[in-house]
Design a protein around this ligand. Structure first.
Ligand code: AMP
Length: 226
Protein backbone atom coordinates (compact mmCIF):
# COMPACT_ATOMS: atom_id res chain seq x y z
CA UNK A 1 0.00 0.00 0.00
CA UNK A 2 1.42 3.40 -1.02
CA UNK A 3 -0.34 6.47 0.21
CA UNK A 4 0.12 10.18 0.74
CA UNK A 5 -1.17 12.09 3.76
CA UNK A 6 -1.85 15.58 2.47
CA UNK A 7 -2.64 18.52 4.71
CA UNK A 8 -1.27 21.73 6.23
CA UNK A 9 1.38 21.77 8.95
CA UNK A 10 -0.22 20.78 12.26
CA UNK A 11 -3.06 18.83 10.62
CA UNK A 12 -1.90 15.69 12.44
CA UNK A 13 -0.24 13.89 9.51
CA UNK A 14 2.67 12.65 11.63
CA UNK A 15 0.44 11.43 14.47
CA UNK A 16 -1.89 9.59 12.11
CA UNK A 17 0.98 8.16 10.07
CA UNK A 18 2.44 6.61 13.23
CA UNK A 19 -0.90 4.99 14.00
CA UNK A 20 -1.31 3.65 10.44
CA UNK A 21 2.27 2.40 10.53
CA UNK A 22 1.43 0.25 13.59
CA UNK A 23 -1.88 -0.92 12.19
CA UNK A 24 -0.91 -1.78 8.61
CA UNK A 25 2.79 -2.54 9.05
CA UNK A 26 3.87 0.01 6.45
CA UNK A 27 6.52 2.66 7.06
CA UNK A 28 5.96 6.36 7.55
CA UNK A 29 8.30 8.38 5.35
CA UNK A 30 8.45 11.98 6.56
CA UNK A 31 10.65 14.29 4.49
CA UNK A 32 10.56 16.77 7.40
CA UNK A 33 12.03 14.09 9.75
CA UNK A 34 14.63 13.13 7.14
CA UNK A 35 15.66 16.77 6.65
CA UNK A 36 15.79 17.42 10.43
CA UNK A 37 18.05 14.35 10.79
CA UNK A 38 20.24 15.70 7.97
CA UNK A 39 20.47 19.09 9.71
CA UNK A 40 21.34 17.41 13.04
CA UNK A 41 24.06 15.31 11.39
CA UNK A 42 25.57 18.34 9.64
CA UNK A 43 25.51 16.58 6.23
CA UNK A 44 25.63 18.47 2.94
CA UNK A 45 21.84 18.07 2.54
CA UNK A 46 21.38 19.38 6.09
CA UNK A 47 23.61 22.40 5.45
CA UNK A 48 21.54 23.30 2.39
CA UNK A 49 18.21 22.81 4.17
CA UNK A 50 18.82 24.41 7.60
CA UNK A 51 18.20 28.13 6.96
CA UNK A 52 15.32 27.43 4.56
CA UNK A 53 13.55 25.28 7.18
CA UNK A 54 14.09 27.89 9.90
CA UNK A 55 12.31 30.45 7.71
CA UNK A 56 9.42 28.06 7.07
CA UNK A 57 10.08 27.96 3.32
CA UNK A 58 10.34 24.84 1.19
CA UNK A 59 13.72 23.35 0.42
CA UNK A 60 14.37 22.91 -3.29
CA UNK A 61 12.41 20.32 -5.23
CA UNK A 62 15.64 18.73 -6.50
CA UNK A 63 17.03 18.27 -3.01
CA UNK A 64 13.89 16.72 -1.53
CA UNK A 65 13.18 14.55 -4.59
CA UNK A 66 16.75 13.20 -4.28
CA UNK A 67 16.15 12.36 -0.60
CA UNK A 68 12.85 10.57 -1.20
CA UNK A 69 14.00 8.79 -4.33
CA UNK A 70 16.89 7.16 -2.41
CA UNK A 71 14.55 6.24 0.46
CA UNK A 72 11.79 4.55 -1.55
CA UNK A 73 14.40 2.33 -3.20
CA UNK A 74 15.25 0.65 0.10
CA UNK A 75 14.11 -2.91 0.85
CA UNK A 76 12.23 -2.09 4.07
CA UNK A 77 9.62 -0.11 2.13
CA UNK A 78 9.15 -2.59 -0.72
CA UNK A 79 5.72 -3.46 0.73
CA UNK A 80 4.56 0.15 0.85
CA UNK A 81 4.78 3.42 2.73
CA UNK A 82 2.93 6.44 4.03
CA UNK A 83 4.30 9.68 2.63
CA UNK A 84 4.05 12.47 5.21
CA UNK A 85 5.07 15.94 4.01
CA UNK A 86 5.90 14.85 0.46
CA UNK A 87 5.01 15.86 -2.22
CA UNK A 88 4.58 19.54 -1.39
CA UNK A 89 4.61 21.02 -4.90
CA UNK A 90 3.18 19.93 -8.24
CA UNK A 91 6.76 19.46 -9.51
CA UNK A 92 7.42 17.02 -6.62
CA UNK A 93 4.16 15.16 -7.37
CA UNK A 94 5.15 14.82 -11.03
CA UNK A 95 8.62 13.58 -10.06
CA UNK A 96 7.07 11.03 -7.67
CA UNK A 97 4.73 9.81 -10.41
CA UNK A 98 7.71 9.35 -12.74
CA UNK A 99 9.76 7.52 -10.07
CA UNK A 100 6.89 5.12 -9.37
CA UNK A 101 6.16 4.55 -13.06
CA UNK A 102 9.83 3.63 -13.59
CA UNK A 103 9.47 0.96 -10.90
CA UNK A 104 6.17 -0.26 -12.35
CA UNK A 105 4.26 0.80 -9.23
CA UNK A 106 1.70 3.47 -8.39
CA UNK A 107 0.01 5.28 -5.53
CA UNK A 108 -3.09 3.69 -4.00
CA UNK A 109 -4.63 6.79 -2.45
CA UNK A 110 -4.06 10.38 -1.34
CA UNK A 111 -5.84 11.25 1.91
CA UNK A 112 -6.45 14.96 2.38
CA UNK A 113 -6.89 16.14 5.99
CA UNK A 114 -9.10 19.21 6.09
CA UNK A 115 -8.34 21.55 9.04
CA UNK A 116 -9.03 25.23 9.86
CA UNK A 117 -6.01 27.55 9.82
CA UNK A 118 -6.96 29.05 13.20
CA UNK A 119 -6.78 25.63 14.87
CA UNK A 120 -3.40 24.93 13.29
CA UNK A 121 -1.60 27.84 14.92
CA UNK A 122 -2.83 26.66 18.33
CA UNK A 123 -1.93 23.04 17.65
CA UNK A 124 1.57 23.77 16.38
CA UNK A 125 2.59 26.42 18.87
CA UNK A 126 2.02 24.11 21.87
CA UNK A 127 3.39 20.85 20.59
CA UNK A 128 6.43 18.94 21.81
CA UNK A 129 7.54 15.32 21.75
CA UNK A 130 9.49 12.76 23.70
CA UNK A 131 13.17 12.97 22.81
CA UNK A 132 13.51 9.19 23.04
CA UNK A 133 10.41 7.50 21.56
CA UNK A 134 8.91 10.45 19.68
CA UNK A 135 5.49 10.32 21.40
CA UNK A 136 3.71 13.61 20.71
CA UNK A 137 2.37 15.95 23.42
CA UNK A 138 0.77 19.40 23.66
CA UNK A 139 1.03 22.12 26.34
CA UNK A 140 -2.73 22.50 26.54
CA UNK A 141 -4.37 19.47 24.89
CA UNK A 142 -2.19 16.50 25.78
CA UNK A 143 0.22 16.80 28.70
CA UNK A 144 2.10 13.73 29.99
CA UNK A 145 0.10 12.10 32.82
CA UNK A 146 3.06 12.75 35.17
CA UNK A 147 4.67 16.09 34.54
CA UNK A 148 8.03 15.75 32.78
CA UNK A 149 7.80 11.96 32.22
CA UNK A 150 6.88 10.37 28.90
CA UNK A 151 3.72 8.21 29.23
CA UNK A 152 4.98 5.75 26.67
CA UNK A 153 8.66 5.13 27.48
CA UNK A 154 9.34 6.92 30.80
CA UNK A 155 12.00 9.23 29.37
CA UNK A 156 12.38 12.68 30.93
CA UNK A 157 13.77 14.32 27.80
CA UNK A 158 11.45 16.26 25.55
CA UNK A 159 12.05 18.35 22.45
CA UNK A 160 10.37 21.11 20.46
CA UNK A 161 10.89 21.78 16.78
CA UNK A 162 12.84 24.95 15.96
CA UNK A 163 10.23 25.92 13.33
CA UNK A 164 7.19 25.57 15.66
CA UNK A 165 7.09 29.27 16.59
CA UNK A 166 4.33 31.74 15.70
CA UNK A 167 6.30 33.58 13.01
CA UNK A 168 7.48 30.50 11.14
CA UNK A 169 4.07 28.84 11.46
CA UNK A 170 2.46 31.78 9.62
CA UNK A 171 4.92 31.44 6.79
CA UNK A 172 4.52 27.63 6.64
CA UNK A 173 0.75 28.04 6.31
CA UNK A 174 1.15 30.61 3.53
CA UNK A 175 3.53 28.29 1.70
CA UNK A 176 1.03 25.44 2.11
CA UNK A 177 -1.83 27.40 0.56
CA UNK A 178 0.29 28.73 -2.31
CA UNK A 179 2.40 25.72 -3.21
CA UNK A 180 0.93 22.55 -1.72
CA UNK A 181 -2.86 23.03 -1.82
CA UNK A 182 -2.84 22.82 -5.67
CA UNK A 183 -2.07 19.11 -5.16
CA UNK A 184 -5.65 18.63 -3.97
CA UNK A 185 -6.98 19.34 -7.47
CA UNK A 186 -4.01 17.51 -9.04
CA UNK A 187 -4.81 14.24 -7.26
CA UNK A 188 -8.57 14.70 -7.53
CA UNK A 189 -8.16 14.76 -11.31
CA UNK A 190 -6.22 11.50 -11.09
CA UNK A 191 -9.09 9.93 -9.12
CA UNK A 192 -6.80 9.30 -6.14
CA UNK A 193 -8.10 11.88 -3.65
CA UNK A 194 -10.12 11.09 -0.52
CA UNK A 195 -10.86 13.93 1.90
CA UNK A 196 -11.53 13.58 5.62
CA UNK A 197 -12.36 15.95 8.48
CA UNK A 198 -9.05 16.55 10.26
CA UNK A 199 -10.81 18.59 12.98
CA UNK A 200 -12.55 15.49 14.33
CA UNK A 201 -11.34 13.66 17.43
CA UNK A 202 -7.95 11.99 16.87
CA UNK A 203 -9.41 8.44 17.11
CA UNK A 204 -12.18 9.31 14.68
CA UNK A 205 -9.63 10.61 12.17
CA UNK A 206 -7.71 7.34 12.48
CA UNK A 207 -10.98 5.42 12.07
CA UNK A 208 -11.85 7.31 8.88
CA UNK A 209 -8.40 6.57 7.44
CA UNK A 210 -8.52 2.90 8.40
CA UNK A 211 -11.90 2.60 6.70
CA UNK A 212 -10.49 4.07 3.47
CA UNK A 213 -7.43 1.81 3.58
CA UNK A 214 -9.43 -1.33 4.44
CA UNK A 215 -11.65 -0.57 1.47
CA UNK A 216 -8.63 -0.37 -0.81
CA UNK A 217 -7.11 -3.52 0.69
CA UNK A 218 -10.34 -5.42 0.16
CA UNK A 219 -10.55 -4.51 -3.52
CA UNK A 220 -6.83 -4.82 -4.33
CA UNK A 221 -5.85 -7.84 -2.22
CA UNK A 222 -3.23 -5.78 -0.35
CA UNK A 223 -2.33 -6.26 3.33
CA UNK A 224 -5.23 -5.47 5.64
CA UNK A 225 -4.98 -3.94 9.11
CA UNK A 226 -3.47 -6.07 11.89
P1 AMP B 1 7.42 19.05 8.15
O1 AMP B 1 8.05 18.28 9.25
O2 AMP B 1 6.76 18.18 7.11
O3 AMP B 1 6.50 20.13 8.66
O4 AMP B 1 8.61 19.81 7.37
C1 AMP B 1 9.44 20.76 8.04
C2 AMP B 1 10.17 21.61 7.02
O5 AMP B 1 11.00 20.77 6.21
C3 AMP B 1 9.27 22.34 6.02
O6 AMP B 1 8.78 23.57 6.54
C4 AMP B 1 10.23 22.54 4.85
O7 AMP B 1 11.16 23.58 5.10
C5 AMP B 1 11.01 21.22 4.85
N1 AMP B 1 10.34 20.18 4.02
C6 AMP B 1 9.79 19.01 4.44
N2 AMP B 1 9.29 18.31 3.42
C7 AMP B 1 9.49 19.06 2.31
C8 AMP B 1 9.17 18.91 0.93
N3 AMP B 1 8.51 17.82 0.49
N4 AMP B 1 9.55 19.90 0.08
C9 AMP B 1 10.21 20.98 0.51
N5 AMP B 1 10.53 21.22 1.79
C10 AMP B 1 10.18 20.26 2.70
Amino acid sequence: MRLILLGPPGAGKGTQATRLEDKFGIKQLSTGDMLRAAVASGSEVGRQAKAVMERGDLVSDDLVIGVISDRIDQDDVAGGYILDGFPRTVAQAEALGALLAKKGSRLDVVIEMQVDDAALVDRISGRFSCGKCGEGYHDRHKKPAKDGICDKCGSTEFKRRADDNAETVASRLKVYHEQTAPLIAYYREQGLLRSIDGMADIDMVTGAMVEILEGIAATSGKAAAK
